[in-house]
Design a protein. Structure first.
Length: 348
């Protein structure tokens, strides 16, 4: 006779799944020289299968273009043209116009912080020359020295822009960003002074941001796989791109959180959504190519530990096993005589 015992298993003590484990009324024999009882055949069997188990945690996130970056004009004059929200701007294209002169986007990571003219040296000089070269201007060497040849190329660029042709690069004449930008919110209006915040921008690729309880931050590891479930219930594959290191205080007693960013390679799979609430399933742990059985196949042995009832033809016996990961109603097992395809007893 056997009685049922309900157990749970999970990550770090957090219950993830529950299964019914039978407690064998007889032992495996040996300790007191009594023979082991022969168990009755189970009502049903299931094969031991080799598969990959993954423990997951489902959380709520937001699909969007990431955190907006404020962009401020640093020039003089009047704003005479502004882009529409949602517009994308590439290198050389105008982000806005001041006094009807375009202020274009150049690519780089170092904001221009000084006027550049012949004699200047540094990383900002190289950044300017790299952009001039990318836009098709020639006659200079791309390095960290601003020469007369660089100034000549700048004058040609200024001529094409309709700006004063003085050969000096004014920081107010350019916007520098890491790549193509997408206009978020336009803060200024036509006729406003060309100074102060003009708009916000983001990257052009949609990402998912997830506020993760700091107590669960170990669930999110950079490079780990994730699944994003869209409002229409479709699921797309994602990857944890970054895990925040600064905790934000929760509101109204809620726990503090860190921001986790999940990228989605297949942007087309996201449809036309610009922003939406989504569910994100993070993989907390994974066991690859392991032998598994249904959790209900586990038997709590009288001698301690767990086993499974191995069925061979019309006979069966209890075999002790070592358990590993629990996930999705299955459990990783290993032990003598346990192999892929082995039949084990399960409830009907």
């Amino acid at each position: 006779m056997r009685r049922a015992l309900r157990i749970t298993a999970g990550v770090g003590g957090t219950a993830l799944i529950a299964g019914t484990v039978a407690v064998a009324a007889v032992g495996l024999g040996g300790g007191d020289n009594r023979p082991a009882a022969v168990p009755e055949l189970p009502p049903a069997t299931a094969p031991v299968t080799k598969t990959t188990l993954a423990q997951t945690q489902r959380m709520t996130g937001t699909l969007g273009y990431g955190n907006p970056v404020p962009l401020s004009a640093r020039g003089r004059g009047t704003l005479t043209w502004l882009p529409a929200a949602g517009a994308t701007v590439q290198r050389g294209q105008a982000v806005y116009r001041a006094d009807n002169v375009p202020v274009p986007l150049w690519y780089g990571t170092l904001p221009l912080y000084r006027a550049l003219q012949p004699g200047a040296t540094g990383a900002d000089v190289r950044e300017v020359e790299e952009n001039l070269a990318a836009l098709g201007y020639t006659g200079f060497t791309v390095d960290d020295r601003y020469t007369a040849n660089t100034a000549s190329a700048v004058r040609r660029w200024q001529h094409d822009q309709g700006a004063a042709e003085n050969g000096t690069v004014d920081p107010a004449a350019l916007v520098v960003a890491a790549g193509v930008i997408r206009v978020g919110t336009v803060r200024a209006g036509l006729g406003d002074p060309a100074s102060g915040q003009v708009l916000t921008y983001t990257a052009t690729t949609r990402v998912v941001t997830v506020p993760v309880d700091v107590a669960k931050q170990d669930l999110a590891k950079q490079g780990a796989s994730a699944t994003v479930t869209l409002p229409d219930s479709r699921s797309v594959a994602g990857t944890v791109a970054s895990v925040g290191t600064v905790a934000a205080a929760g509101q109204q007693g809620a726990p503090a959180t860190i921001e986790v960013t999940v990228t989605v390679a297949d942007q087309a799979a996201l449809g036309t959504l610009d922003q939406a609430p989504v569910d994100v399933t993070l993989v907390a742990a994974k066991a690859e190519n392991v032998l598994t059985v249904p959790v209900s196949a586990l038997v709590a042995l009288a001698e301690g530990g767990y086993g499974v009832q191995v069925v061979i033809d019309s006979s069966s016996r209890y075999v002790p096993v070592k358990t590993g990961m629990f996930a999705g109603g299955r459990v990783e097992i290993s032990g003598t005589g346990i192999a892929e395809g082995t039949a084990v007893g399960v409830p009907k």
